[in-house]
Design a protein around this ligand. Sequence first.
Ligand code: ASP
Ligand code: MG
Length: 422
Amino acid sequence: MKVFKFGGASVNSTERIQQVGHILKSYQDEELLIVISAMGKTTNALEKVAESFYAGKKEEALQLFEAIKQNHLTIAKFLLVTTYNEALDQLVNFFTEVEWLLHDKPVQEFDYYYDQVVCIGELLSTVIVSAYLNEIGFANHWVDVRDIIRTDDNFRDANIDWRFTSERVENLVTPLLKEYKAIVTQGFIGSTDENESTTLGREGSDYTAAVFANLLNASGQYIWKDVEGVMSADPKEFSDAQLLRELNYDEVIEMAYYGAQVIHPKTIKPLQNKGIPLYVKCFLDKDLAGTVIHNKSLKGLPPIVVLKQNQALIQLHSKDFSFVGEKPVAELYQLLADIKIKPNLMQTGAVSIQICLDNHAEKLEKLAHAASDIFDVQVEKGLTLLTIRHYNEAILQKMVAGSKVELLQQTPETVQVVLKAV
Ligand code: ASP
Ligand code: MG
């Protein structure tokens, strides 16, 4: 069997949903578990609903939600004929769930409400797409993934209970797959043992698909995107970005770590553990080769460029110009851990330490303040972190031309440069 995942962009219009149907019909003979995201920017829109509600702006929250409802109803009306009434019943149930909640007053933490509201996006999209697929002759069974994926109650970043979930997959999903051959379900969401909805972190649908692939011993996971595959750089910024036909898991983890928005980083482990290949395919043209990511080692990869914007550089100088000894360094690492800062790059010198990190105003201020007990602190913002894997001198020179190099670190495999626009 195979696990497919279609992201929000592949179901953001009636034409695109029809295109999903077109792709799936060519996999008619396969056992498929199909994970579908919320349509387009629905998750962002639902986040706004949750925020308004929590800020006590009930009318605004209801209005914002009304727009989301109408959007889905319009798409359902356009796509569905024979299954319309049945789908409408299901949609209305989900609408009502949210509206009831919005009429309450918030008494719990924000993250709890966030999950109860935001999870609706994937439920609505899958109801519509599943019904549509049945109408066009791609028979499938809709599953509420909250009956399968059990999590803890760490709302907005819930952790999967693998034991419970794996039992559910075995006892519920496997028989349904045998019976219907194709299952349509949601990514990104789950539920606690008290039936509260949870979410797994933004962009978490890739991860859900990987969990299923792992537990069902899939022969492959296929992520359908609106790009050709994984590229060596962001094609929007670099016209000479090239398609990477083959990658391995370690390379993808590195790329994600440096800031490439290829695949949700949590996705890799469940696949790697079982050696399941991940295919990144283009849903605009299913016959394009795309990218395959596997466990094999690879030689001769081209330079891969990752840019991370909105970086800050903190410069710490030991106060009396004495050596930066082990004690201040230890204290600094402790500070980073306490404030939950993941440095993107760090360099230690004789009397100074430099740290490049995401420009997260609140955390930055905390760090600068706390570190000023031990060091003289300077902060520079508005920087870019350039990472090139498998670099050569020519591409490095080309990429830094026209900018000021604030910091540079290199290993035989990777070069990283903190750049300032001039
Ligand atoms: N709909 C969710 C999001 O936009 C999950 C996903 O698409 O992966 O973050
Ligand atoms: Mg997405």
